[in-house]
Design a protein. Sequence first.
Length: 541
Amino acid sequence: MSTGIGLSALRAASEAIDATSNNIANAQTIGYKAGQYVFQDQFFRATDPQNPNRVGMGIAVSQIRRPQSNGSIVSTSNPLDLAIGGIGMFTTATGLDSNSKPIDFQYTRNGQFGVDSNSRILNENGNYLVGYPANPDGTINTSTNALMTLDQTPLAGAQTQSSKIEVNLDDSQPAILSTPFSPLNPTSYSQSTSQTIYDTTGVSHTLSLYYQKNDSIPLTITPAAGSVTFGQSASFNYSALQAVGTNGSSAQVATTASSSGQVLQNSTITQVSGSTYLMTLEDKSTLTLTGYDANDVATSVAADIDHFTVNTSRYSIYATLDGNPVPGPTTGSTASGYPAGDSNSYAINSVAQYALGTMAFVGGRNIDSLGGLAGGAESTLALTATTSGATPNNVAFNINTSSTSAYAGSTQTFTNSQDGAPLSQLSSYSFDASGKLVAVYSNGQSVIKGQVKLANFTNDEGLIPIGGNSFEQSAISGEPVFGTAGNGIFGGLKAQALEQSNVDLTSQLVTLMTLQRQYSASSQVVKTATALVDDVLNKLS
């Protein structure tokens, strides 16, 4: 029996040395998980099972555990190297079905990835990295699997659909009343600015806006419906409706709010002297008004005041696209065919130039922005034009000019943006902390192409090691639970980094020396037991 015990000890120690040696050999293997040999004692079931004095029968093989504890994370220069900072394993596939969907899954902590000739991301074993596909809007579709791919397709051009221009117009300049507008004549406009826009094919075009200062027309502010009591700092609501010309007729002075009945909420009025009043708006800005009685313009008695006027600065806005005139709207035009209050025009290639619109300012502020204090419409200019060239394309969009101002100061453009884009080539790929694959293009735009799929197991020590730093599930490990990095139980993802093995080399060397002593001692047991048997046999013979 002693011989059998010794042999079992030799066998167990030998296997434990094998496991420890394998750990030492893989100390620098990325993502490797050290194996721990588990010993188990043996006892025969004696005639008396309750006998506590039974002698053991040696040692037996239990299992080699592989705890999935994390190794140290180190940085690399490869943008496709990935490390998981916590729970989770990369999901890889060894094959594809007829629809090029990944099948036959394996799992690993080794994040050393590259690409094949079809731009598919795969590891050193040729296994494909599995993820979730991205919808066109960049959201992730977690209901299906997809290969993670470095798509090289250029980003299609996008037509400009909206634009925003914020500029201060120098209101100290005189009005231009007798010179017809022409972009070829700098004396026919006060200021100008330009913007690059894109047509349906992503081709760029230069849009130029020209601001021509017009004569001033007073803006009439009338009380809202209901009785109004005037007095020192009395609160009231007003509608900024229309400007009244010298003949009493109305003319549009702002692009939206002048005819939309905007209400100036929570305003207060203070009589300064005579017919001069100070109006304080909701945002604490002030306007100096002239009050009058609609039935008696000359009155200055506060009790009879029911209307106010304030002088405006007015600008007609013209545009060219690649130097060609952009026709303005003719709706609301006078009998001569020009927009009301703006009878200047010119022609290039027999195309009449009309103003896109007329903007009015009080105290340097766009009237529409005053109306916007009540949550009204923004100030916009509608533009519709056809590009020139071998393949003409239509462009149509609104230019947001709500924050355009007219203060007596230098002309300055504060915001000049639009949402169009040209055809753009792929510049780079990168992974974010959630495992999303982000493509960056030459125009600076980024697009999400997919997201890495992670797996976790109830008993990850029950996974079957198959070599190549990979594991397969087993009945002991249970079914995988899938998710994404940084979501739920799963750790975050770090790009350009790798997880080293969790082998503690010093501890493994100490274990190896301990096992060596165990092996030597076990061999001595076998030697002693064999000598005893030989001695007995010699005596019997």
